[in-house]
Design a protein around this ligand. Structure first.
Ligand code: COA
Length: 217
């Protein structure tokens, strides 16, 4: 759905509606618990209608905020900025990302591939999330490949399904690239289970640290 509002405006509207909804729900609860709740029926019904209306408004805002995932192999002008961004998140030299992402440009149908999400979905919006698909995320099981890597969502944009969108997108991208399986390594326990991924056991990373390995559904 096209929208004339910026992502910031939509986020703020969503926050405000959320807080009104919270108060309305508390009101309904408080009125319903009163001894004379029967006589307050019309007030309760009105509050419930408002809750429903604001719920619809929130759903429409979420729809308008639909997420665009940029494939960097198709957008080489974004590589420098993206490499800096990934490097700042994972403390890995910017050159390493630059090299891997540049390598994807002439091979848009093979691994590696890199993806970002921008604020407001606009080309000029700052990067707020991203991930990559690489052959091996520096662990001792190169047979379990390719790997989803570097998944990161900026703190203020967490909790609105961006990681889920990126993880699902990576799954369908792996298929597009002719790779039926996709794996990742992580310290998280319980996160990837939510996306339907299966814990396959532990592997050792290049620092000799034991990490958990997951397989895409
Ligand atoms: C982990 C991270 C990517 C989650 O991003 P996000 O956009 O907030 O996640 P989503 O909104 O898509 O959440 C999807 C689901 O995971 C859950 N979830 C989010 N963060 C979680 C965490 N740290 N642990 C367990 N579950 C988590 C959410 O509750 C949600 O569950 P639901 O759909 O059943 O309600 C983000 O917190 C981040 O970038 N962290 C720092 C980097 C990192 O740890 N990356 C992963 C590397 S393996």
């Amino acid at each position: 759905m096209p929208s004339n509002y910026s992502e910031d405006e939509l986020l703020e509207a969503k926050r405000q509606i959320g807080s009104i909804l919270h108060k309305l729900r508390e009101t309904v609860r408080a009125l319903s618990e009163k001894e004379n709740a029967d006589r307050l029926k019309s007030q309760i019904t009105l509050a419930q209608r408002r809750i429903q209306a604001l719920g619809i408004a929130n759903a429409l805002i979420e729809e308008a905020m639909g997420v665009r995932i940029w494939r960097l192999s198709e957008n080489p002008a974004m590589i420098g900025e993206a490499a800096e961004w990934f490097s700042s998140k994972w403390d890995i030299p910017v050159e390493a990302y630059q090299k891997s992402i540049e390598g994807s440009v002439h091979c848009a149908d093979s691994v590696p591939q890199w993806y970002i999400v921008r604020l407001g979905n606009a080309e000029s919006g700052r990067i707020i999330a991203g991930c990559g698909i690489i052959e091996n995320d520096f662990h001792d099981h190169p047979d379990l490949a390719p790997n989803l890597c570097a998944l990161f969502v900026e703190e203020e944009h967490r909790g609105r399904g961006l990681a889920r969108r990126l993880v699902e997108h990576a799954g369908s991208e792996a298929h597009r690239l002719g790779r039926d399986e996709l794996y990742l390594i992580t310290d998280h326990v319980g996160l990837y289970e939510r996306f339907g991924w299966k814990y396959r056991g532990d592997v050792t990373d290049s620092d000799g640290v034991t990490v958990r390995l997951y397989q895409a559904p």
